[in-house]
Design a protein around this ligand. Structure first.
Ligand code: SAJ
Length: 426
């Protein structure tokens, strides 16, 4: 069968490559000429474990090809961004654009699957648009009997850094506009997914995706709120969490400088926007997690001010450990605010960055490696729990003033800044 994947980003490209490896002929469609050229030359424009080798293999075997324009196919998979605007309203225009792209080449028997995280009702909106553009084809409507086109929503739920593994092994939830649509999409996913594939309605599947990420956001907010309360009470939050987690039914997540990435900090707003009156806990969790970033900036500034003149090392910029993804990263937010305030004193340590990210242009902040930071800097602000930071032994950092937002150096002693003791944890 022939598959067209619309959108060759963090989800679309790995998905296209895996489908191609399962033996289908895959056309990847993207609006960016750079992305299309890169993929066609067997290379990748994003970093993800093992993706480069996979793409190179399927492109060289002629199974995956990229293009700026769509062609006829049997299955269309849409994986385009669904951002939120400043006022937290979801923007589904890329999904609707993708539907407009696909509409002219649709034929009876085709399957159209939306994978982008979407507000409830988006798959139906896409169906309505396709119906308008192709009145010659019967689009699925619940209770209306057979249709020419099957339309389904099947959210991705993979973790950056483990995308290729999770695309195959995670369970999938497949929501059809009608049960028949779900069954057609199911037979497609069975060709490359090893996890269980469970069918439901499109609206339920849309909600499932939003709920998963909101669940995680609320639970991280709990840990972040706890970290502030414990800090003010002079208690080590990581000790409290690890002891509380010994209870058989307690599993508290880890506090940090806030929540980043392009999913968990965004998707809960889709639910809040749809029902602001009732989504109170979900909205508060967002506010708590964003507020933690402000708290970290204030605490880091207090520590820095206690050591005038000392150079400051901000450890980590990625939105989570051991990846090179800086999108919506709370570490970047904290470090840019510190760099704007303390200028050249600020040194950024990020083994996953090849150059200084644009946010820091003009601040005077500089990218250095961890060894240089240990030699030069007196104040350390730990923002990301990269393994390379965790492995720095105490004797190399015992004389540093440290604010550790991730709890990786719990053996760090407090350092006296001239007069008075200053212990910075939480
Ligand atoms: N974080 C904490 N403390 C924790 C766990 C995470 O502060 O205990 C922070 C991370 O540092 C990071 C943010 O949360 O800044 C998000 O990281 P993550 O690892 O929780 O999630 P993502 O954004 O990489 O991927 C999530 C996953 N969703 C869930 O785990 C419910 C993934 O399965 C989804 O596919 C992905 O969002 C997505 O695309 O929606």
């Amino acid at each position: 069968q022939k598959v067209a994947v619309i959108g060759l980003g963090y989800i679309g490209l790995p998905t296209a490559a895996l489908i191609a490896r399962s033996g289908a002929r895959v056309l990847g469609v993207d609006v960016s000429p750079h992305v299309v050229e890169t993929v066609n030359s067997g290379k990748v424009h994003i970093e993800e474990v093992d993706l480069d080798g996979l793409v190179q293999g399927v492109v060289s075997r002629g199974l995956l090809r990229a293009s700026l324009t769509v062609e006829a196919a049997d299955v269309f998979v849409i994986a385009v961004p669904t951002p939120v605007s400043e006022d937290h309203a979801p923007d589904i225009s890329y999904v609707l654009d993708a539907a407009r792209t696909v509409a002219p080449v649709l034929k009876a028997g085709d399957v159209v699957i939306l994978e982008s995280t979407s507000p409830v009702g988006t798959t139906e909106a896409m169906r309505d648009l396709l119906a308008e553009l192709r009145p010659d084809l019967r689009m699925p409507v619940a209770g209306n009997g057979p249709a020419d086109i099957a339309i389904a929503y099947c959210p991705e739920r993979v973790l950056p850094g483990r995308i290729l593994v999770e695309l195959i092994d995670n369970d999938r939830c497949i929501g059809g506009i009608t049960p028949r649509c779900a069954r057609k999409a199911l037979s497609f996913y069975r060709t490359f997914v090893r996890g269980a594939c469970i069918t439901t309605s499109a609206r339920a599947a849309e909600m499932v995706k939003l709920v998963e990420n909101s669940f995680r956001d609320v639970n991280i907010a709990f840990a972040n709120e706890l970290s502030v309360i414990a800090d003010r009470a002079g208690i080590d939050v990581w000790e409290v969490i690890s002891l509380a987690n010994r209870h058989p039914r307690v599993n508290i997540l880890q506090p940090g400088p806030g929540v980043g990435g392009h999913c968990i900090a965004v998707d809960p707003w889709f639910i809040v926007h749809a029902d602001p009156e009732n989504a109170r806990l979900i909205r508060t969790a967002r506010e708590v997690n964003d507020g933690k970033t402000d708290y970290v900036v204030a605490k880091a500034s207090d520590l820095i001010d206690a050591f005038p003149g000392a150079e400051i090392a901000c450890l980590g910029l990625a939105f989570k450990p051991n990846i090179d993804d800086f999108r919506e990263s709370p570490a970047v937010k904290v470090a840019t605010r510190l760099a704007r305030r303390y200028g050249q004193r600020v040194k950024l340590v990020e083994p996953y960055a090849r150059e200084l990210p644009v946010e820091f242009a003009g601040t005077g902040a500089e990218l250095i490696d961890i060894d240089a930071a240990i030699e030069r800097c007196g104040v350390f602000i730990v923002l990301v729990d990269h393994d390379v930071f965790k492995s720095v032994p105490l004797d190399e950092r015992a004389d540093k003033a440290v604010y550790d937002t991730r709890g990786i150096w719990r053996d760090q002693p407090a350092i006296a800044p001239g007069e008075g003791k200053l212990r910075a944890v939480g």
